[in-house]
Design a protein around this ligand. Structure first.
Ligand SMILES: *Cc1c(COP(=O)(O)O)cnc(C)c1O
Length: 245
Protein backbone atom coordinates (compact mmCIF):
# COMPACT_ATOMS: atom_id res chain seq x y z
CA UNK A 1 0.00 0.00 0.00
CA UNK A 2 2.75 2.43 0.97
CA UNK A 3 4.82 1.23 -1.98
CA UNK A 4 1.89 1.75 -4.35
CA UNK A 5 1.45 5.39 -3.40
CA UNK A 6 5.17 6.10 -3.60
CA UNK A 7 5.42 4.32 -6.93
CA UNK A 8 2.38 6.15 -8.31
CA UNK A 9 3.79 9.49 -7.20
CA UNK A 10 6.99 8.74 -9.09
CA UNK A 11 4.97 8.01 -12.22
CA UNK A 12 2.97 11.25 -11.83
CA UNK A 13 6.15 13.20 -11.21
CA UNK A 14 7.56 11.84 -14.47
CA UNK A 15 4.35 12.72 -16.32
CA UNK A 16 4.46 16.29 -14.97
CA UNK A 17 8.12 16.66 -15.87
CA UNK A 18 7.59 15.31 -19.39
CA UNK A 19 4.59 17.58 -19.92
CA UNK A 20 6.57 20.58 -18.70
CA UNK A 21 9.43 19.75 -21.04
CA UNK A 22 7.05 19.47 -23.95
CA UNK A 23 5.37 22.76 -23.11
CA UNK A 24 8.65 24.54 -22.41
CA UNK A 25 7.70 25.21 -18.84
CA UNK A 26 9.61 24.90 -15.56
CA UNK A 27 8.54 22.10 -13.26
CA UNK A 28 8.26 24.72 -10.48
CA UNK A 29 5.41 26.44 -12.31
CA UNK A 30 3.11 23.48 -11.72
CA UNK A 31 1.93 22.44 -8.27
CA UNK A 32 0.63 18.94 -7.69
CA UNK A 33 -2.45 19.01 -5.49
CA UNK A 34 -3.47 15.73 -3.91
CA UNK A 35 -7.21 15.23 -4.39
CA UNK A 36 -7.91 13.09 -1.37
CA UNK A 37 -11.64 12.32 -1.34
CA UNK A 38 -12.30 8.84 0.12
CA UNK A 39 -8.59 8.45 0.96
CA UNK A 40 -7.82 7.77 4.62
CA UNK A 41 -5.66 10.20 6.57
CA UNK A 42 -2.99 7.52 6.98
CA UNK A 43 -2.67 7.09 3.24
CA UNK A 44 -2.62 10.84 2.66
CA UNK A 45 0.21 11.01 5.18
CA UNK A 46 2.32 8.68 3.05
CA UNK A 47 2.08 11.10 0.12
CA UNK A 48 2.74 14.13 2.31
CA UNK A 49 5.89 12.45 3.60
CA UNK A 50 7.09 12.25 0.01
CA UNK A 51 7.16 16.04 -0.05
CA UNK A 52 3.71 16.93 -1.39
CA UNK A 53 2.03 19.54 0.78
CA UNK A 54 -0.99 20.74 -1.13
CA UNK A 55 -4.11 18.67 -0.48
CA UNK A 56 -7.84 19.14 -1.01
CA UNK A 57 -11.14 17.55 -0.08
CA UNK A 58 -14.59 17.73 -1.65
CA UNK A 59 -16.74 17.24 1.39
CA UNK A 60 -16.82 19.08 4.70
CA UNK A 61 -17.48 15.82 6.51
CA UNK A 62 -14.23 14.32 5.21
CA UNK A 63 -12.25 17.42 6.12
CA UNK A 64 -13.59 17.03 9.64
CA UNK A 65 -12.87 13.31 9.91
CA UNK A 66 -9.25 13.61 8.80
CA UNK A 67 -8.49 16.85 10.57
CA UNK A 68 -6.83 15.48 13.64
CA UNK A 69 -4.27 13.32 11.84
CA UNK A 70 -3.61 15.89 9.11
CA UNK A 71 -3.27 18.87 11.43
CA UNK A 72 0.04 17.45 12.60
CA UNK A 73 1.43 17.51 9.06
CA UNK A 74 3.00 20.40 7.13
CA UNK A 75 0.14 20.82 4.67
CA UNK A 76 -1.72 23.53 2.84
CA UNK A 77 -5.34 22.53 2.53
CA UNK A 78 -7.76 23.71 -0.14
CA UNK A 79 -11.41 22.86 -0.72
CA UNK A 80 -12.53 21.72 -4.17
CA UNK A 81 -16.09 20.47 -3.64
CA UNK A 82 -19.50 22.01 -3.78
CA UNK A 83 -19.80 24.05 -0.60
CA UNK A 84 -23.26 24.53 0.83
CA UNK A 85 -23.79 27.89 2.43
CA UNK A 86 -24.89 26.28 5.67
CA UNK A 87 -21.51 24.51 5.93
CA UNK A 88 -19.40 27.67 5.81
CA UNK A 89 -19.01 27.98 9.55
CA UNK A 90 -18.09 24.31 9.79
CA UNK A 91 -15.41 24.30 7.13
CA UNK A 92 -13.71 27.41 8.44
CA UNK A 93 -12.68 25.62 11.60
CA UNK A 94 -10.27 23.32 9.83
CA UNK A 95 -7.51 25.48 8.50
CA UNK A 96 -8.59 25.60 4.85
CA UNK A 97 -6.58 28.36 3.18
CA UNK A 98 -8.33 28.43 -0.19
CA UNK A 99 -11.75 27.60 -1.56
CA UNK A 100 -11.25 26.70 -5.20
CA UNK A 101 -14.92 26.12 -5.87
CA UNK A 102 -16.51 29.52 -5.39
CA UNK A 103 -19.41 29.39 -7.84
CA UNK A 104 -22.13 31.73 -6.61
CA UNK A 105 -22.66 35.09 -4.97
CA UNK A 106 -24.73 33.68 -2.10
CA UNK A 107 -21.72 31.62 -1.02
CA UNK A 108 -19.45 34.66 -1.22
CA UNK A 109 -21.91 36.57 0.99
CA UNK A 110 -21.87 33.86 3.63
CA UNK A 111 -18.08 33.67 3.55
CA UNK A 112 -17.76 37.44 3.82
CA UNK A 113 -20.10 37.52 6.82
CA UNK A 114 -18.16 34.82 8.63
CA UNK A 115 -14.79 36.36 7.81
CA UNK A 116 -15.82 39.82 8.98
CA UNK A 117 -17.05 38.42 12.24
CA UNK A 118 -13.78 36.58 12.77
CA UNK A 119 -11.57 39.31 11.31
CA UNK A 120 -9.93 37.10 8.70
CA UNK A 121 -9.60 36.71 4.97
CA UNK A 122 -9.44 33.67 2.71
CA UNK A 123 -8.17 32.91 -0.79
CA UNK A 124 -10.70 31.81 -3.38
CA UNK A 125 -10.69 30.60 -6.97
CA UNK A 126 -13.73 31.10 -9.15
CA UNK A 127 -15.04 27.81 -10.52
CA UNK A 128 -15.88 27.90 -14.19
CA UNK A 129 -17.93 25.23 -15.94
CA UNK A 130 -15.92 24.93 -19.14
CA UNK A 131 -17.53 21.72 -20.37
CA UNK A 132 -21.11 22.96 -20.37
CA UNK A 133 -22.34 19.87 -18.55
CA UNK A 134 -25.27 20.41 -16.23
CA UNK A 135 -23.88 17.95 -13.74
CA UNK A 136 -20.99 20.24 -12.91
CA UNK A 137 -20.90 23.36 -10.81
CA UNK A 138 -19.36 26.59 -11.89
CA UNK A 139 -20.28 29.70 -13.79
CA UNK A 140 -20.44 29.75 -17.57
CA UNK A 141 -17.27 31.10 -19.23
CA UNK A 142 -19.30 33.97 -20.71
CA UNK A 143 -20.31 35.00 -17.17
CA UNK A 144 -16.80 34.87 -15.73
CA UNK A 145 -16.09 38.59 -16.03
CA UNK A 146 -19.33 39.66 -14.42
CA UNK A 147 -18.92 37.11 -11.70
CA UNK A 148 -15.37 38.31 -10.96
CA UNK A 149 -16.64 41.89 -10.75
CA UNK A 150 -19.30 40.90 -8.26
CA UNK A 151 -17.03 38.76 -6.13
CA UNK A 152 -14.31 41.42 -6.09
CA UNK A 153 -16.64 43.55 -3.97
CA UNK A 154 -16.27 41.14 -1.06
CA UNK A 155 -13.14 42.50 0.55
CA UNK A 156 -12.49 39.46 2.74
CA UNK A 157 -12.13 37.22 -0.31
CA UNK A 158 -8.82 37.32 -2.16
CA UNK A 159 -9.44 36.09 -5.67
CA UNK A 160 -6.31 34.23 -6.69
CA UNK A 161 -7.34 32.35 -9.80
CA UNK A 162 -9.75 30.05 -11.57
CA UNK A 163 -10.64 26.39 -11.30
CA UNK A 164 -12.31 24.02 -13.71
CA UNK A 165 -13.10 20.37 -14.18
CA UNK A 166 -12.54 19.53 -17.83
CA UNK A 167 -14.81 17.31 -19.84
CA UNK A 168 -14.39 13.71 -18.74
CA UNK A 169 -13.39 12.21 -22.06
CA UNK A 170 -10.52 10.35 -23.64
CA UNK A 171 -10.89 12.55 -26.72
CA UNK A 172 -8.25 15.24 -26.47
CA UNK A 173 -9.98 17.42 -29.06
CA UNK A 174 -12.89 17.78 -26.63
CA UNK A 175 -10.85 18.19 -23.45
CA UNK A 176 -8.34 20.78 -24.63
CA UNK A 177 -10.94 23.46 -25.47
CA UNK A 178 -12.16 23.33 -21.85
CA UNK A 179 -8.73 24.34 -20.61
CA UNK A 180 -8.41 26.97 -23.31
CA UNK A 181 -11.71 28.46 -22.13
CA UNK A 182 -10.36 28.78 -18.61
CA UNK A 183 -7.25 30.55 -19.85
CA UNK A 184 -9.35 32.90 -21.93
CA UNK A 185 -11.48 33.70 -18.90
CA UNK A 186 -8.27 34.38 -16.99
CA UNK A 187 -7.04 36.98 -19.45
CA UNK A 188 -10.47 38.57 -19.74
CA UNK A 189 -10.65 39.01 -15.98
CA UNK A 190 -7.06 40.26 -15.85
CA UNK A 191 -7.96 42.98 -18.33
CA UNK A 192 -10.58 44.33 -15.95
CA UNK A 193 -7.82 45.26 -13.51
CA UNK A 194 -10.03 44.69 -10.50
CA UNK A 195 -8.70 45.49 -7.04
CA UNK A 196 -8.24 42.46 -4.84
CA UNK A 197 -8.04 40.16 -7.86
CA UNK A 198 -4.84 38.39 -8.85
CA UNK A 199 -5.30 35.93 -11.66
CA UNK A 200 -2.20 33.92 -10.85
CA UNK A 201 -3.53 30.39 -10.54
CA UNK A 202 -5.17 28.13 -13.09
CA UNK A 203 -6.34 24.98 -11.35
CA UNK A 204 -7.08 22.44 -14.07
CA UNK A 205 -6.12 18.93 -15.06
CA UNK A 206 -6.66 15.64 -13.23
CA UNK A 207 -5.37 12.06 -13.45
CA UNK A 208 -6.32 11.49 -17.04
CA UNK A 209 -5.77 14.89 -18.62
CA UNK A 210 -2.98 16.58 -16.68
CA UNK A 211 -0.63 16.71 -19.69
CA UNK A 212 -3.13 18.71 -21.74
CA UNK A 213 -3.78 21.04 -18.79
CA UNK A 214 -0.08 21.68 -18.28
CA UNK A 215 0.26 22.40 -21.97
CA UNK A 216 -2.57 24.94 -21.65
CA UNK A 217 -1.03 26.72 -18.70
CA UNK A 218 -2.20 24.95 -15.53
CA UNK A 219 -0.42 26.08 -12.38
CA UNK A 220 -2.19 23.55 -10.17
CA UNK A 221 -3.14 20.06 -11.26
CA UNK A 222 -5.44 18.05 -8.98
CA UNK A 223 -4.72 14.34 -8.92
CA UNK A 224 -6.47 11.60 -6.99
CA UNK A 225 -6.98 8.27 -8.73
CA UNK A 226 -3.55 8.07 -10.34
CA UNK A 227 -1.95 8.35 -6.90
CA UNK A 228 -4.34 6.66 -4.50
CA UNK A 229 -6.17 4.23 -6.80
CA UNK A 230 -9.76 3.90 -7.94
CA UNK A 231 -12.52 5.20 -5.71
CA UNK A 232 -15.63 3.16 -4.99
CA UNK A 233 -17.98 6.12 -5.34
CA UNK A 234 -18.59 7.46 -8.84
CA UNK A 235 -17.51 11.08 -9.27
CA UNK A 236 -21.12 12.07 -9.82
CA UNK A 237 -21.52 11.51 -6.08
CA UNK A 238 -19.14 14.41 -5.57
CA UNK A 239 -20.07 16.62 -8.46
CA UNK A 240 -23.84 16.44 -8.67
CA UNK A 241 -26.31 19.00 -7.53
CA UNK A 242 -28.13 16.39 -5.49
CA UNK A 243 -25.21 15.03 -3.54
CA UNK A 244 -25.33 15.91 0.09
CA UNK A 245 -22.16 17.69 1.07
C1 LIG B 1 -11.75 13.96 -7.58
C2 LIG B 1 -11.38 15.26 -8.10
C3 LIG B 1 -10.14 15.46 -8.73
C4 LIG B 1 -9.17 14.33 -8.99
O1 LIG B 1 -9.69 13.46 -9.95
P1 LIG B 1 -8.90 12.14 -10.37
O2 LIG B 1 -9.50 11.75 -11.65
O3 LIG B 1 -9.13 11.14 -9.28
O4 LIG B 1 -7.46 12.49 -10.49
C5 LIG B 1 -9.84 16.74 -9.17
N1 LIG B 1 -10.69 17.77 -8.99
C6 LIG B 1 -11.87 17.62 -8.37
C7 LIG B 1 -12.75 18.81 -8.21
C8 LIG B 1 -12.25 16.37 -7.92
O5 LIG B 1 -13.43 16.23 -7.32
Amino acid sequence: MQEDIIHNLAIIEKRIQDACNKANRDREEVKLLLATKTVSADRIKIAVEQGYHLIAENKVQEVKEKHQVLSELPIEQHFIGHLQTNKVKDIMKYGISCIQSLDRVSLAEKLQQYLERNDRTIDVFLQVNTSDENSKFGIAPSEARNFAREIAQFDRLNIKGLMTIGLFSADESLVRPCFKRLRTAQSQIEELGLPNVVMQELSMGMSQDLEIAIDEGATIIRVGTAIFGQRIYPDSYYWNENSNN
